[in-house]
Design a protein around this ligand. Structure first.
Ligand SMILES: Cc1cc2nc3c(=O)[nH]c(=O)nc-3n(C[C@H](O)[C@H](O)[C@H](O)COP(=O)(O)OP(=O)(O)OC[C@H]3O[C@@H](n4cnc5c(N)ncnc54)[C@H](O)[C@@H]3O)c2cc1C
Length: 607
């Protein structure tokens, strides 16, 4: 096993493959590539690998295993039972595919979705073979539960610690293969010239030293970016570094306007109460005690997809039926599930509600509200995770992306719960296989011109020195103002006026940030410096989100505009590609969605 620490020399560090991110996507990629015989793989993570956000995932990972079905005649919310061997399977990859396409509001690329749903069962069995401790049925098969937007129960889970057990399983295996982990190393910059990726610059957080790292292939698996909002379920580290760094290196970003707000974040805090709460039968109630989802999705009720449930909650709140101190929440009521089921299936949720709000969900409803949760957009890549530079699919040679930072795009305009642990695992593995093939095909180590380390040293020095002759600006104040404007203007409901305000404010904040200065001048574990770099990244991709959202004059999936309330397939059945455009607002370009017109043509999306 190898964790790399404290390299003192100035030589470039060289690997065949460099992976940035040690969550499920990055770890799977490293494992898969090493199993193909590539034995010089480095994985960088700004956190200890096991603290990656994948480990916080609660509810489950999707695959049509056909282990359970609803008891006949009990309706869509009735009890589940094991499917007796030999009986008609209730689920199929085709059904999983349709649910995912419908969930995506037809913006998902159907070729990539087909690959994902077909390979899904195999990835679960692979986890099982590696010893992953899934919850089980009495007969030993993997247990499954319901999740929003899925017509049948296909969420495979380990109580509400699913991400934790998956991440531990895969990390152990990667260590066993001899993958080198650079733990607490921060990727600062990606070097791309002439559409060829040449390496990166990283900061060893422990020593403060910058290193040039060269590789034949680089994978970004840097996760999501919910930290641009005040209320978010995302970990402090989810600051979208990868998307911002790629964008600064000239790679476009795709579909950034589509950000998922999860319906059940703890009130005022955003910490996630897993969708498994509703999958297990939980209710949503307004201040009058009504199960208000009856008004918005009479069939699916609380298990409608997240975009729809979050909007329904927000409507209740906006119309004065909210709960909580400033009436900005609604209740999640789990009391009827009973103590035994709650403690067996939702122990983490029970603990989180108790520790963060003092509510015991066995005896009381808990106040919740929509919380920024998942980034559908990201670095554009094909189904083999090869990053593309434009709408013609021109490859950025040697550069790959997988997991939440990538946009492949299997989630389109709205992701279904449990599809993202699947996406991260499965496309992480595919990235590893594709990179191994690329290396074995004789990929050379591309040369690097100039002095990227010096360039980044100057960038870091600008934070320690500030802007000479100008009053210093506080990093924390700029970050707080950004979160405020994104929350107020780029939330569940959007409109042209508010998006325009957000665009002006983000630009003004970028100007303020040019004067940012930090107080800590030290090199070892300079967390103030890291916060400055992360805030720079938040500002960079927030500008892209706002510009993409302002341009898209329709409502689709998670992007809902009160001034354009309908989906408009004539104008907008296309992916946004945002290119960096010097100091100006991003240049927007568009790319076709892959649709199998004979099998899954666009339909009205009703639940
Ligand atoms: C609370 C919560 C619960 C969830 N529950 C579910 C669920 O039940 N089912 C489901 O399908 N999905 C769920 N999701 C979503 C899912 O967990 C994520 O989409 C998925 O785990 C992302 O995996 P990843 O490998 O792409 O990124 P992550 O696991 O977030 O890993 C990112 C990695 O990148 C590294 N990194 C980032 N920036 C840098 C940098 N600059 N330099 C070096 N390293 C860097 C980090 O250190 C980390 O190792 C949940 C998400 C949250 C927040």
């Amino acid at each position: 096993m190898s964790y790399i620490t404290g390299i003192a020399h100035n030589e470039a560090i060289t690997h065949d493959i460099l992976v940035v991110g040690a969550g499920l996507a990055g770890s799977w990629a490293a494992l898969a590539a090493s199993k193909q015989g590539v034995n010089n793989i480095g994985v960088l993570s700004k956190l200890h690998p096991l603290r990656s956000h994948s480990g916080a995932a609660q509810g489950g990972i999707a695959a049509a295993l056909n282990n359970v079905r609803p008891v006949a005649g009990t309706g869509p919310r009735g009890p589940l039972e094991a499917v007796p061997p030999g009986e008609e399977p209730p689920d199929s990859w085709e059904l999983h595919m349709f649910d995912t396409i419908k969930g995506s509001d037809w913006l998902g690329d159907q070729d990539a979705i087909e690959i994902m749903v077909k390979e899904a069962p195999e990835i679960i069995y692979e986890y099982e073979r590696m010893g992953c401790v899934f919850s089980r049925l009495k007969d030993g098969r993997i247990a499954q539960r319901r999740f929003g937007g899925h017509t049948v129960p296909r969420a495979n889970y380990a109580a509400d610690y699913t991400g934790h057990v998956l991440l531990h399983t895969i990390h152990e295996q990667a260590l066993r293969q001899g993958v080198s982990f650079y733990s607490e190393w921060y990727c600062l910059d990606l070097i791309v010239e002439d559409n060829v990726c040449r390496g990166l610059v990283a900061l060893d957080i422990l020593t403060g030293k910058l290193h040039l790292m060269r590789a034949r292939a680089v994978l970004f698996a840097t996760g999501g970016y919910g930290r641009a909002w005040k209320i978010t379920s995302n970990a402090a580290a989810n600051t979208g570094d990868g998307v911002a760094i790629a964008y600064n290196a000239g790679v476009p970003l795709m579909d950034m306007e589509f950000v998922q707000f999860h319906p059940t974040g703890l009130y005022g805090k955003g910490i996630l109460m897993s969708e498994a709460c509703r999958g297990e039968g939980g209710y949503l109630l307004n201040s009058q005690g009504e199960r208000f989802m009856e008004r918005y999705a009479a069939d699916k009720m609380e298990l409608a997809p997240r975009d729809l449930v979050s909007r329904s909650e927000q409507r209740e709140i906006d119309e004065g039926r909210g709960v909580g101190a400033d009436r900005q929440g609604v209740f999640l009521d789990l009391r009827h599930l009973g103590a035994e089921k709650i403690m067996q299936r939702l122990p983490q949720v029970h603990e989180l509600a108790r520790d963060f709000t003092g509510v015991d969900i066995i005896t009381d409803p808990v106040a919740i509200q929509p919380t920024a949760h998942y980034s559908m957009g990201g670095i554009p890549a094909g189904a083999d995770c090869q990053v593309i530079a434009d709408a013609n699919n021109t490859p950025v040679v040697g550069f790959y992306a997988a997991g939440e930072c990538a946009c492949i795009s299997v989630h389109g305009a709205n992701r279904l719960g449990t599809n993202s642990l699947l996406d991260a695992s499965l496309f992480g593995r595919r990235a590893g296989l594709a990179m191994a093939e690329f290396i074995k095909g004789g990929a050379a180590l591309p040369p690097i011109s100039g002095d990227p380390v010096a360039r980044n040293q100057a960038r870091l020095a600008s934070y320690t020195n500030g802007a000479p002759g100008k009053e210093a600006e506080s990093v924390a104040a700029v970050a707080a103002a950004l979160k405020e404007t994104m929350t107020r203007n780029v939330g569940v409901f959007r409109d042209g006026e508010r998006l325009q305000i957000a665009q002006n404010e983000v630009q003004a904040l970028q100007e303020r940030f040019d004067r940012a200065q930090i107080m800590d001048k030290g090199s070892r574990f300079n967390t103030e410096l890291l916060a400055a770099i992360e805030t720079e990244h938040l500002l960079t991709f927030s500008e892209v989100i706002v510009a993409s959202a302002l341009a898209r004059t329709e409502s689709r999936g998670a992007h809902y505009r009160t001034d354009y309330t309908k989906r408009d397939d004539v104008q907008w059945l296309k992916h946004t590609l945002a290119h960096k455009n010097g100091a100006d607002a991003p240049r927007l370009d568009y790319k076709d969605v892959t649709i199998f017109w004979d099998r899954y043509p666009p339909q009205e999306r009703k639940y």
